[in-house]
Design a binder for this molecule. Structure first.
Ligand code: ICE
Length: 487
């Protein structure tokens, strides 16, 4: 059975490549492959990744600005993040990611607002520094409770060579509030991944160095920081509940529902808990080197991953934390067993193909498997070699691996492998739904969530069941179920 699946997967790659001109086929072949838990040297070891997308191809990737403003900086709620450049980037990156926060928007929190210097032709020709200066002072006048400003560069800024660092420095000295310029122009790098890195570097240089925020901090032996949880649909809140029940104190949440101060006090943590490795491994390594804080990766998708992660975290602290953790696991296992009992019979054996950004293509596998579902294909839009290496541990069968796949490839792979569910992003959603296939949006949880932790598993299971077993699919047919007419 597994051999048949592998054959089909290899055939799918071959068919996709046949259509390309020779040069493109040669290049794309390096990004596609098959791997399995037994595979000695499979696609997870060899796949080419983090390379420039072939020009002219419809990529699903984002840009450096998306990685910095949209992903890392945007969720810090009490700062104002001004998109420096034309209006579109700020507008398109506003709100869609669903990183929840508490506070009064427009007064002390600003997460869903769009601040922009709204560039026009004149600014491109004559430079935009004056416009930026004006915007910064307007911000302080209109929103006096902001706890700092970050300037997020869009493409034109780097092209025309404005000195935003100087503007930021001047504003910082005048306002005495953090003013942080990030040169995350969209054209830099090959995807949003460089934006994560640039954003981490700015946190390292501008926030970690601000010791005033942590000078009066009272430590406890159980202080942890959640790193790389963006609180999509409340994920970080669901995570926090479990860590607190274990007896740990969460002193910072990066960056979902975070404040500037939470960013600055993280060096006081005893252990950094890293959920999204891709977007925040840089700063975790930095804190390890600079402040000697160890970091640990964990995975809160589905009960199996959550339980294993809780035990790993507890082991670090030992003593009563271990006992507390076992009690937490016992308490929730009853509930998650009931969820599995309710949904497994309807979902067992269903085949899933995933295509997401830089973490979830491996992290969510276990959650599907807890429901008896099978992952037959997965890929990253912008994962690096270390992400693919980590993916291997999560594979349970022969799996098609695709890096930086485009619409054409995904469509062909789906037609060939015929999964029961496609779980990817909004750019893919309607393509597959129109093909008559159940689909779940795995970036912003399709208006649902949270998906992290035990309670959230009930939501995840219900969402997958709704997507797969909705009566709507009896009114439409996948292309391979249709009778050929007149052929
Ligand atoms: Fe990390 Mo969409 Fe988040 Fe990951 Fe990252 Fe992005 Fe979100 Fe996706 C993200 S930070 S926005 S877990 S950039 S869902 S890597 S692509 S898989």
């Amino acid at each position: 059975m597994s051999e048949m699946l592998e054959e089909l997967q290899l055939e799918a790659i071959k068919e996709v490549l046949e259509v390309y001109p020779a040069k493109a086929a040669k290049s794309r072949a390096k990004h596609l492959g098959v791997d399995s838990p037994e595979g000695v040297k499979g696609a997870c070891d060899t796949t080419r990744s983090n390379k420039q997308t072939v020009p002219g191809v419809m990529s699903q990737r984002g840009c450096a600005y998306a990685g910095s403003k949209g992903v890392v900086w945007g969720p810090i709620k009490d700062m104002i993040h001004i998109s420096h450049g034309p209006i579109g980037c700020g507008q398109y990156s506003r709100g869609g990611r669903r990183n929840y926060y508490t506070g009064t928007t427009g007064i002390d929190t600003f997460g869903t607002m769009n601040f922009s210097t709204d560039f026009s032709e004149k600014d491109i020709v004559f430079g935009g520094d004056t416009r930026l200066k004006k915007a910064l002072s307007e911000i302080d006048e209109l929103f006096p409770l902001n706890n700092g400003i970050s300037i997020q560069s869009e493409c034109p800024i780097g092209l025309i060579g404005d000195d935003i660092q100087a503007v930021a420095k001047k504003h910082k000295s005048e306002s005495s509030k953090p003013t942080i310029a990030v040169s995350c122009e969209g054209f830099r790098g090959v995807s949003q991944s460089l934006g994560h890195h640039l954003a981490n570097d700015a946190i390292r240089d501008e926030v970690m160095t601000d010791t005033s925020a942590r000078s009066d901090f009272q430590s406890t032996p159980y202080d942890v920081a959640i790193i790389g949880d963006y609180n999509i649909g409340g994920d970080a809140w669901a995570t926090r509940i479990l860590l607190e029940e274990m007896g740990l104190r969460v002193i910072a949440q990066w960056t979902g529902d975070a404040t500037y101060k939470e960013m600055a006090i993280a060096p006081k943590s005893k252990l950094n808990l890293l959920h999204c490795y891709r977007s925040m491994n840089y700063i975790s390594r930095h804190m390890e080197q600079e402040f000697e804080i160890p970091w640990m990766e964990y995975n809160f998708f589905g009960p199996s991953n959550t339980t294993a992660s809780l035990r790993k975290i507890a082991e670090f602290f030992g003593g009563e934390i271990v006992a507390n953790t076992e009690a937490v696991i016992a308490k929730y296992t009853k509930m998650t067993d009931e969820v599995i009992a309710k949904y497994k019979s309807k979902l067992e054996g269903k085949k899933v193909m995933l295509y997401i950004g830089g973490l979830r293509p491996r992290h969510v596998i276990g959650a599907y498997e807890d429901l008896g579902m099978e992952i037959i294909g997965t890929g990253y839009e912008f994962g690096h070699g270390d992400d693919y290496k980590r993916t291997k541990e999560d594979l349970s069968r022969s799996t098609l691996i695709y890096d930086d796949a485009n619409e054409y490839e995904l469509e062909q792979f789906v037609k060939k492998l015929r999964p029961d569910l496609v779980a990817a992003g909004v750019k893919e959603k309607y393509v597959f739904q129109k093909m008559g296939l159940p689909f779940r949006q795995m970036h912003s949880w399709d208006y649902s969530g949270p998906y992290h932790g035990y309670d959230a598993f009930a939501i995840f299971a219900k969402d997958m069941d709704l997507a797969m077993n909705s009566p709507v699919w009896s009114h439409t047919k996948a292309p391979w179920d249709k009778q050929e007419v007149g052929a």
